[in-house]
Design a protein around this ligand. Sequence first.
Ligand SMILES: Nc1nc2c(ncn2[C@@H]2O[C@H](COP(=O)(O)OP(=O)(O)OP(=O)(O)O)[C@@H](O)[C@H]2O)c(=O)[nH]1
Ligand SMILES: [Mg+2]
Length: 403
Amino acid sequence: MIPSRLFSARPQAVLEGMGFWMLPTRSLPSRLLLRASPRLLSVSCADCTKHQEPPRKQPLSEKKLKRHFVDHRRVLVRGGRGGSGVSCFHSEPRKEFGGPDGGDGGNGGHVILRVDQRVKSLSSVLSRYQGFDGEDGGRKNCFGRNGAVLYIQVPVGTLVKEGNEVLADLSRPGDEFIAAVGGSGGKGNRFFLANDNRAPTTCTPGQPGQERVLFLELKTVAHAGLIGFPNAGKSSLLRAISNARPAVASYPFTTLNPHVGIVHYEDHQQIAVADIPGIIRGAHQNRGLGLAFLRHIERCPFLLFLVDLSVPEPWTQLDHLKYELEQYNEGLSKRPYAVVANKIDLPQARARLPQLQARLGQEAIALSAATGENLEELLLRLKELHDRHVATELEHGRQPLRW
Ligand SMILES: Nc1nc2c(ncn2[C@@H]2O[C@H](COP(=O)(O)OP(=O)(O)OP(=O)(O)O)[C@@H](O)[C@H]2O)c(=O)[nH]1
Ligand SMILES: [Mg+2]
């Protein structure tokens, strides 16, 4: 809006007097007018500047969007209210006392959590949900319509808690959990018709829906978890072996959210690998990003420890990583694992390899995520670990994780 003070005499003359050229407003197409207005008003007058259009918000880049990853949420869910029953009597010409014909109210709609594979974080989950109410009953024994079910889409691996109690573990696509039950509909007076009461006037109101506060926690589901120090090359490796595109940069803690990449094999086997933020020494005392994000590898049946060969004494990394894992969850580091030594393309790194193998006392898969050298060995080992996991699960009568 142009301040009315400017328009007090002849608006066009005032603006022209200030050195602006202006078309008659009516002759301007609205498109032009919109585009021209901020420039016309961008005069040095302080009054005018505050009326400038606010700058448009830039769309977020993919990298920034990924930072909006949310892995826990507190949600208030309330089922829909049941519709009320109605009290009324049938009436038509020559049939004055037609009996009670008030219909029942419809039931309130449930609120249901449903796993959707396209949803990747809990960021789209709102803080409260109210289910749809049932319709009230009507005359002529008309029952009210039930409230529709309200679905909340959540990612695979969502844990539903109420207080400290775990209510559901939605770990498979299509899993559903009734978060709040809708209230039942009230009864119309027709329901109360009995031999000793031929003209009941009683009807009941609909019940309110269930209400509860749930805590949703996301635990990424994948076969293998990539564990390593910051800058070890975890994201680079995931990019090299899968179609995932996590950000890669030479500064620590480039990765702030877990990423899952799928490794495709020729026999159509798919193995999911999760890249999580880097762990540093003392992470269990909340150094670095702490250890809370390790919940994302809790469900990984096997691990890939990534050692950075470009730093001195790389063999100490494995002990530190295992120690931090144990601090978070006892027994986590004892899962089947493979050790991967990265950055073999660097000469000083290659020179450290024999010493690393000797110190670890076990085979380490030496490769370069940057050049793709020796990735096949890792892929074969990954498949081996996966096949062993499938066999163990089947042995115990459990269904192995399928992607
Ligand atoms: N020379 C060489 N550099 C590598 C290799 N792999 C990764 N890098 C470099 O190492 C740096 C860190 O790589 P990232 O993949 O971001 O490491 P990260 O482990 O995911 O790091 P965070 O996300 O911070 O934990 C980048 O500058 C990469 O280019 C490799 O095989 N050879
Ligand atoms: Mg990373």
